[in-house]
Write a protein that binds this ligand. Structure first.
Ligand code: SF4
Length: 53
């Protein structure tokens, strides 16, 4: 599957994930945070995520 070499991603349950390897298929993504004062990477999110379920 064609993917974006600049966006590595391991979230296989996202419908934008390249199922063949660990990349995203979108041209760009939006990253945000669900925390008021993010201090580590667990506080950040890919807001372009869409469940493949
Ligand atoms: S949209 Fe976000 S979570 Fe989904 S494959 Fe792309 S980078 Fe990963």
């Amino acid at each position: 599957m064609k993917h974006n070499e600049s966006i590595k991603c391991t979230v296989e349950k996202c419908k934008h994930h390249c199922k063949e390897d660990d990349f995203c298929t979108l041209d760009s993504i939006m990253v945000g945070s669900h925390a008021m004062d993010p201090k580590n990477n667990e506080a950040t999110d890919c807001n372009s995520f869409e469940c493949s379920c």
